[in-house]
Design a protein. Structure first.
Length: 72
């Protein structure tokens, strides 16, 4: 049985994750509709970040790996 505080944390995380997904989808649609980028360019960039991150063990590892690869 899961304790109520843990359940609340999981539910809050799920809500934040869902909200993040909706926001990203809206941004991708807007940018592609306006011709700023193509869907392929976005997917290529996501793939590149995934390859660079190589499943980080901690979220800060991902931030560090993407910061070092961004153009200046």
């Amino acid at each position: 049985m899961t304790s109520k505080p843990n359940r609340r944390k999981r539910e809050a995380f799920a809500v934040l994750t869902y909200s993040n997904m909706l926001t990203l989808n809206a941004l991708v649609q807007l940018l592609t509709e306006k011709g700023v980028v193509t869907s392929e360019e976005i997917f290529d960039r996501v793939k590149r970040f995934e390859d660079q991150a190589k499943a980080p063990k901690h979220p800060s590892d991902l931030v560090h790996s993407t910061r070092t690869s961004l153009p200046q």
